[in-house]
Design a protein around this ligand. Structure first.
Ligand code: PLP
Length: 397
């Protein structure tokens, strides 16, 4: 028997966690004990929930629940395979058809998540000889997909159209180029400058790609996203959307030309190597499209709540950055202070997650709020009162 005592080779992870604890940015996961809705229970506490991406309240919408249950009865609970072997069910194809119609593109491919849609697409469409021109605040899935592609990555300062022009001007004309931005930036809630970027993409012959995860169901007619909001239909070659946020279920998709989608069917690694959605998820998403088309008042309610809550935070004197969407950050700078603000709000019945480095820059820590269509005015006023009390007590306002 060996007498060697094995040292834990993962010891360094515990040290990194200790460092996070001493900086006050170690996070315990909050546990949701009820449905994902505007007023709910986390960690045995009843709270106004300002932390979910459930913009329209669709996670608990009766039409979505019903369609999911019917699909389970009719088709069972799993697809049993990746799409390219035996896991393409008729309901997956129906969802892709309906999404393409909704987004006004030739075709759509559905992925398991928005993350895999971005990462799987960028990494398969681009290769080593190509160049990716990417906003510094683009989502992690774009960054990972870009790295996987092995293309040269040129990062431009947030929304700096002149910097993009300089990068493009200096690049040789040979390599293929992808210009990529988020439609709505997830930590600041501001919009990508789509019309200007589309114009540059056209001038310099770039592929234009937009990640509309936080715009799906929120911006544009019936929630068609920022491409519709800015009326740049036909000028964005690759549109990514998510089914995990406003749509209330799970998944991501790419909308574009028939040949783009056929290529992704053959080359996008998450599509080839990871099992497809359970049929109930596809059915839920189909019901969500019906709701967007038939109950647009729900989107108007989201915007009324957004205007009310944003104005309230600004009137209290918080720094809410440059948001133009239902995502409103309350920027405090220091990571430990952001976590303290979040924790104290939670004790007072408001759940607004603290966010620090590496998700945002070290001096840009914040509490991020997202209102939904299903918050009542009382919920939002209660939250504003709590922000006032806690913000004053911690010297944030
Ligand atoms: C901008 C952006 N893109 C993509 C994603 C990934 O979407 P999903 O949650 O569906 O994987 C997110 C979600 O965190 C996001 O904020």
């Amino acid at each position: 028997m060996s007498t060697i005592t094995r040292r834990d080779p993962l010891q360094y992870l515990a040290q990194e966690l200790d460092a996070m604890r001493s900086q006050g940015i170690y996070r315990r996961l909050r546990i949701l004990e009820d449905e994902q809705k505007a007023h709910t229970n986390f960690d045995h506490r009843s709270v106004v929930n300002l932390s979910s991406n459930n913009y329209l309240g669709l996670t608990t919408h009766p039409r979505l629940r019903q369609r999911a249950l019917e699909a389970i009865e009719q088709f069972g609970v799993g697809s049993g395979s990746v799409r390219t072997i035996a896991g393409t069910m008729a309901i997956h194809m129906e969802l892709e058809r309906r999404l393409a119609e909704f987004k006004k593109t030739e075709a759509v491919v559905v992925f398991q998540s928005g993350f895999t849609a971005n990462a799987g697409t960028v990494s398969s469409v681009l290769s080593k000889e190509d160049v990716i021109i990417s906003d510094e605040l683009n989502h992690a899935s774009i960054i990972d997909g870009s790295r996987l592609s092995r293309a040269t990555i040129k990062v431009f300062p947030h929304k700096d159209v002149d910097a993009v022009r300089r990068i493009l001007r200096d690049l040789p004309s040979g390599p293929r180029k992808l210009l990529i931005t988020d439609g709505v930036f997830s930590m600041d809630g501001d919009l990508g400058p789509l019309p200007d970027l589309c114009a540059l993409a056209e001038e310099y012959g770039c592929i234009m790609m937009v990640d509309d995860a936080h715009a799906s169901g929120v911006f544009g007619a019936n929630g068609r996203g920022t491409i519709d909001h800015f009326d740049v239909h036909g000028r964005v070659d690759i549109q990514v959307g998510t089914l995990s946020k406003a749509i209330g279920a799970l998944g991501g998709y790419v909308a574009g030309s028939r040949s783009l989608i056929d290529f992704l069917y053959h080359r996008a690694r998450p599509f080839l190597f990871s099992t497809s959605h359970p049929p109930s998820v596809a059915a839920t998403c189909l019901a969500a499209i019906d709701v967007l088309l038939e109950e647009p008042a729900i989107i108007e309610r989201l915007w009324e709540n957004t205007r009310f809550f944003k104005a309230g935070l600004v009137a209290l004197g918080f720094n809410t950055g440059i948001s133009e969407s239902p995502i409103t950050p309350v920027i405090v700078g220091d990571g430990a202070l952001a976590m303290k603000l979040s924790d104290t709000l939670f004790e007072q019945g408001v759940f607004a997650q603290g966010i620090a480095f590496p998700t945002v820059a070290r001096d840009q820590a914040r509490v991020r709020t997202i209102v939904t269509a299903t918050h009542t005015r009382d919920d939002l006023q209660f939250a504003l009162d709590a922000f006032k009390n806690v913000g004053t007590a911690l010297g944030v306002i």
